[in-house]
Design a protein around this ligand. Structure first.
Ligand SMILES: [Zn+2]
Length: 328
């Protein structure tokens, strides 16, 4: 895991070529060479590896495994002039930040955390067959996370601590008013059938690409335009990666990956931001677990540990200044 905590060599920028859809591409060979990784090609995969790092890319889709953790890229690898390539966006904004987070976190903080329990009041969110309601569980999880983080010395605010309605746009504004360093919106998932289960973490989609689930009007290119929060794509991906990793580790739930979406609450966030979907109310097994204190506590532990892990990376990137010499 050495490289994961390290910083990149100074010349981390890639040479780009233009793909068939006019997007900028970077060859896998150049990525591997910059990061000292060797390339192997098992069926339907490209694997980039050294002693500390493994990146597995599917040649048929957007799923990648970065040191074992599922991450959805913005576009699948593609071939250009006979060479396998990734989009420059995925290379620069997803892959590199996740492999060398310390290179991207200079000047970032973690002292103030705003937790945003989804829905509430006249917005009921999702309801499970046995009557679990999303806003109530989200609030319960947020309060548990708050208790764990306060014990670790963080300043923590909730966008709501009762069952009341808050406009979506108001939630990131509340984070701005608190001068938040981190914003996490907490939700429970629902699907049209009982099958899907597990945990997802969303961060803002990079400009020019559709979101992972292709929802939120993303098939309309007008919605793919650059947002102010896209300036933090790298930090968002690092933050979301740690959250998803720690949520899955703490709960042993199915890992549905780090994903990208343009949800209002993360699109308008004033700081590094993610939205976590902590299980499916429509899946009988997830529903049964969500009824227990033990599972809710494990979810809260996962979120808190994700924030703490991101905090460690921020501290590695911002070592304390040496004490000043009094004579100068
Ligand atoms: Zn929700």
């Amino acid at each position: 895991m050495l490289l994961l905590f390290g910083t990149l060599p100074a010349a981390a920028l890639f040479t780009t070529r233009t793909g068939a859809r006019a997007e900028k591409l970077v060859t896998i060979r150049e990525i591997a060479s910059k990061l000292n990784l060797t390339i192997t090609q098992p069926p339907k995969k490209l694997v980039l590896q050294n002693a500390q790092t493994t990146v597995e890319l599917s040649t048929e889709g957007r799923e990648a495994r970065i040191n074992g953790q599922l991450v959805w890229l913005h576009a699948p690898p593609c071939r250009s002039w006979g060479r396998w390539c990734l989009t420059e966006t995925d290379a620069q904004k997803v892959l590199l930040p996740l492999l060398a987070p310390a290179s991207y976190l200079k000047g970032y903080g973690t002292a103030v955390v705003v937790l945003d329990p989804g829905h509430g009041g006249s917005d009921p969110g999702a309801t499970s067959p046995r009557g679990l309601v999303e806003p109530r569980i989200a609030l319960d999880l947020a309060k548990r996370v708050r208790a764990k983080l306060v014990a670790e010395g963080f300043r923590v605010f909730l966008t709501r601590d009762v069952d009341r309605f808050i406009e979506l746009e108001q939630r990131p504004r509340l984070a701005a008013a608190r001068q938040a360093d981190l914003f996490i919106s907490i939700h429970l998932n629902a699907a049209p059938n009982r099958q899907p289960s597990g945990i997802e973490t969303y961060v803002l989609t990079s400009s020019g690409y559709p979101s992972t689930s292709g929802t939120n009007g993303d098939n309309n290119p007008k919605n793919n335009l650059n947002q102010p929060a896209n300036a933090r794509d790298m930090q968002n991906n690092i933050f979301g990666y740690y959250l998803q990793q720690q949520l899955c580790a703490a709960t042993k739930a199915e890992d549905r990956g780090l994903r990208h979406a343009r949800f209002v609450v993360i699109k308008e966030a004033p700081c590094a931001a993610a939205l976590v979907e902590c299980g499916f109310l429509t899946n009988p097994n997830d529903e049964r677990k969500l009824m227990t204190d033990a599972h809710r506590d494990a979810l809260a532990t996962g979120i808190a540990k994700g924030i703490i892990a991101y905090g460690h990376a921020v501290r590695r990137a911002n070592p304390p200044a040496p004490p000043k010499n009094k004579d100068t």
